[in-house]
Ligand binder design. Structure first.
Ligand SMILES: C[S@@+](CC[C@H](N)C(=O)[O-])C[C@H]1O[C@@H](n2cnc3c(N)ncnc32)[C@H](O)[C@@H]1O
Length: 255
């Protein structure tokens, strides 16, 4: 793929995969092509490692966090379960929404919660809304502990952000899907890997070994789930696609 940007002529020429197309630079199509490349360069530059929320590092693209906020506010979940804690920034982000909505609590699962991260999360102003579980997210004892934290009739939202291999995400989906209530989502994050095989920090095997493929195959085998990105609650633009690290991530439970 070759992108030729001409700011004087106000065009973007896209060449590759057997096509060559010159787009108006200030168009929806040009925005989509430039965004894709911007995400790829940004990922390689570790742009997602430059943010924090209420004092804790959060390893996400800000647009994904804002879109998640839109879903959480609409869904009003009773419990938000996230596999993959790291520094705890995303847990604190979700807990801050729960606090503002006066509804919901957060459970974080990580195979290793480093002592300084645990200490920072447990002494945070929002710690009362956060439960930490240490262990592999697919270990039966861990899955059982998480299940035990959900009360009958509660709306649960599940975010998978731990080990992003196809096999691990597929196993997480099988282990946790039953906890997600109809109308709610499982979000298999970081499928952007599938589009990073050729960037300097990427790996060729990511073309197939990624969360997006795991989510796609899970949906094909489980008709109670569909891949459906949530509609934007506000849009006064002709744009329709998220600029995201989470392509094909949103598994909505429909039955
Ligand atoms: C991308 S980081 C999580 C980022 C965090 N959600 C955020 O937004 O800031 C991935 C985390 O997954 C954890 N992890 C890796 N394998 C795991 C497994 N099998 N079970 C649970 N956590 C795992 C790692 O220890 C790491 O902290």
């Amino acid at each position: 793929m070759k992108l030729t940007l001409d700011t004087e002529a106000q065009t973007l020429t896209v060449t590759g995969d057997g096509r060559s197309e010159t787009l108006p630079l200030y168009s929806k199509a040009a925005f989509e092509a430039l965004s894709r490349q911007w995400v790829r360069v940004g990922w390689n530059q570790k742009y997602q490692y430059t943010f924090s929320w209420m004092g804790r590092p959060v390893i996400q693209l800000p647009e994904d966090m804002l879109r998640m906020q839109e879903v959480i506010y609409r869904l009003q979940p009773d419990i938000i379960i996230e596999t993959g804690v790291a520094h705890g920034g995303s847990l604190v982000f979700y807990a801050s929404l729960c606090k503002a909505m006066d509804r919901g609590r957060v459970v974080g699962v990580d195979i290793e919660i480093r002592p300084h991260n645990r200490q920072a999360i447990q002494s945070h102003a929002l710690a009362g809304l956060i439960t930490l579980i240490e262990g592999s997210s697919t270990a039966p004892t861990v899955v059982q502990q998480v299940r035990g934290l959900i009360k009958p009739g509660e709306t649960a939202l599940l975010i998978l952000d731990s080990n992003h291999s196809y096999a691990h995400v597929a196993a997480e989906l099988e282990a946790y899907a039953g906890m997600v209530t109809p109308g709610s989502y499982i979000v298999a994050t970081d499928g952007i890997m599938l589009d990073l095989a050729d960037v300097p920090r990427g790996h060729p095997e990511w073309t197939t070994d990624n969360p997006t493929c795991a989510a796609r195959d899970f949906a094909a085998a489980h008709p109670e789930f569909v891949i459906e990105p949530p509609a934007w609650p506000f849009c006064e633009s002709e744009l329709k696609l998220n600029v995201t690290h989470w392509p094909g991530a949103w598994l909505k439970r429909i039955g």
